[in-house]
Design a protein around this ligand. Structure first.
Ligand code: NAD
Length: 168
C-alpha cells in the first residue's frame, strides 16, 4: 500500500518529518509530491524544487528511511484538473494524507481515501513561522531536521530570504 503527501515544504520541517513517519507506520511506501515546484526566490516560496528535493531526501536517508519517491509537481491553473495532473506524474497510490482543505476536497471528489494527521507544535513547526524567524534573525535551526540546516547554509538560504525582503 502506497500513500501520497503533497506539500510546498518551504522549508521541510520537523512537522513534515513526523507526518511522514506516521504515514509509514500505515503504508509500505510514501510518494512525496513537491508542490508549487515552479516557484522559488519569493518570500513565500524561497527554495527551488531541487533544493527542497535535497532537504527531504537527505533528512529521510539520515533517519534510515528509504521507501519514498520524490516527485516535483508544478501547479496548474485549474483546480478540477489538478488531481489528474498529480496522477500523471506519480506512481499509483491508495491513500492521500493532508490537512490542507483544498487538497482534501479535490482528492475526496475523485473518491480517494483521504486521511489527516493531527497538526503538531504548529507554533514553531510551520513554514511561515520558520521563514519569519529567519528574517527576524531568530533561532530556526531547532524546527527543522539537521540536514535541512545543512542545505540552507550551503545555499546561503537565510541571506536569500533577507535579500528578497529588501525594497529597492
Ligand atoms: P505544506 O508544506 O504547508 O504542508 C504539507 C502537509 O504537511 C499538509 O498536509 C500540512 O497540513 C502538513 N503539516 C504542515 N505542518 C505540520 C505540522 N506541524 N504537523 C503536522 N502536519 C503538518 O504544503 P501545502 O500548502 O498543504 O501544499 C499543497 C500543495 O498543493 C501546494 O504546492 C499547492 O500549490 C498544491 N495545490 C495545487 C493546486 C493547483 O495547482 N491547482 C490545487 C491544490 C493544491
Amino acid at each position: 500500500m502506497r500513500a501520497l503527501i503533497v506539500g510546498r515544504f518551504q522549508p521541510f520541517h520537523n512537522g513534515h518529518m513526523e507526518v511522514i513517519k506516521k504515514i509509514l507506520e500505515e503504508h509500505s511506501s510514501v510518494i512525496i509530491g513537491i508542490g508549487s515546484a515552479q516557484y522559488s526566490h519569493t518570500l513565500r516560496d524561497p527554495f527551488t524544487a531541487g533544493e527542497r528535493h535535497l532537504m527531504i531526501s537527505m533528512s529521510l536517508e539520515e533517519k534510515g528511511i528509504v521507501n519514498f519517491y520524490l516527485v516535483p509537481i508544478e501547479d496548474v491553473n485549474s483546480n478540477p484538473l489538478w488531481v489528474a495532473h498529480v496522477e500523471a506524474l506519480t506512481p499509483r497510490f491508495d491513500s492521500v494524507y493532508t490537512n490542507n482543505p483544498l487538497v482534501r476536497r479535490l482528492f475526496l471528489e475523485k473518491k480517494y481515501d483521504v486521511r489527516s494527521v493531527e497538526l503538531m507544535n504548529r507554533t514553531d513547526w510551520s513554514g511561515t513561522s520558520i521563514r519569519k524567524k529567519m528574517l527576524d534573525g531568530k533561532r530556526w535551526e531547532d524546527d527543522v531536521p539537521e540536514q535541512v540546516v545543512r542545505v540552507i547554509r550551503e545555499i546561503d538560504g537565510v541571506q536569500r530570504l533577507r535579500d528578497l525582503a529588501m525594497q529597492d
